[in-house]
Ligand binder design. Structure first.
Ligand code: ATP
Ligand code: MG
Length: 235
């Protein structure tokens, strides 16, 4: 579904990522773990060409999209829920969803209809008249996911979806949503610092430290690797 084979990536003269080889098959949920500043966002953003310059290949759905404009990558079926869940304009939940539905409906129609999404996130239906700015962190995350799903993604990229959420919201919103989307067959790449969350929902885990991949395997294998957890994740 997506694979990175990068010699380097960085900003201006500063190299952040070094020799990254990572591939994610259709239907997998890959969690990318790493401490602050490890390079998680940089790696996700190379796919969307959102800031970092990269050298190498990034193959999405069979095409080398390295260097493509962001909107072309999106049109290939990749959707990003950015770290911090983006800023919400002064709209109600219904307006925000209506705008996303209208915008994506012009380009592609698909299985993720607004009705289906609202049936998965009934809380958004209840909150449809509320201003986005009045939503809780968990509700904002639901809204961000709903907006991304309206673009009919085959690959969903989530940048620290659990960040800043209360433990209950991490479980009830993030973990529950990822499990549900996994069952629906959506391929997911998620950056996380919450190791328990990553191990609970991912089918595969990669660990990045100092811009280098230091582990790539199953959640069970990582659980057993105290050395990796200690050295690269500070557990
Ligand atoms: N726009 C930028 N310009 C220059 N350097 C940047 C830029 N964005 C990130 N960096 C640097 O790149 C390195 C990796 O940052 P990145 O944001 O990818 O880390 P991260 O793993 O996502 O961290 P966090 O968990 O805190 O979000 C850091 O040293 C950071 O300072
Ligand atoms: Mg980040």
């Amino acid at each position: 579904m997506v694979s990175w084979d990068l010699r380097s990536a960085g900003y201006g003269g500063a190299q952040v990522l070094h020799d990254i080889q990572l591939s994610v098959a259709r239907g997998q949920v890959l969690a990318l773990l790493g401490r602050n500043g490890a390079g998680k966002t940089t790696l996700l953003h190379t796919l969307f060409n959102l800031g970092p310059q990269s050298e190498g290949r990034i193959v999405l759905a069979g095409q080398d999209v390295q260097g493509w404009a962001t909107h072309r990558v999106a049109r290939m079926g990749a959707a990003l829920v950015p770290q911090g869940r983006g800023v919400f304009a002064d709209l109600t939940v219904a307006e925000s969803l209506g705008m996303a539905a209208w915008w994506s409906g012009r380009k592609r129609r698909g299985e993720w209809t607004l009705e289906r999404i609202l049936s998965l996130f009934p809380r958004l239906q209840e909150r449809r008249g509320s201003m986005c700015s009045a939503l809780s962190g968990g509700e904002r995350q639901m809204l961000a996911l709903a907006r991304a799903l309206l673009t009919q993604p085959s690959l969903l990229v989530l940048d620290e979806p659990g960040e800043g959420l209360a433990p209950l919201a991490v479980e009830q919103v993030v973990a529950a949503s990822v499990r549900m989307l996994r069952q629906a067959g959506v391929t997911i790449v998620m950056a996380e610092q919450d190791i328990a969350l990553a191990l609970a929902v991912a089918t595969r885990v990669a660990v990045i430290d100092g811009g280098t991949l230091v582990f790539d395997g199953t959640p069970d294998t990582l659980r057993a690797r105290q050395d990796v957890l200690q050295r690269h994740l500070g557990v």
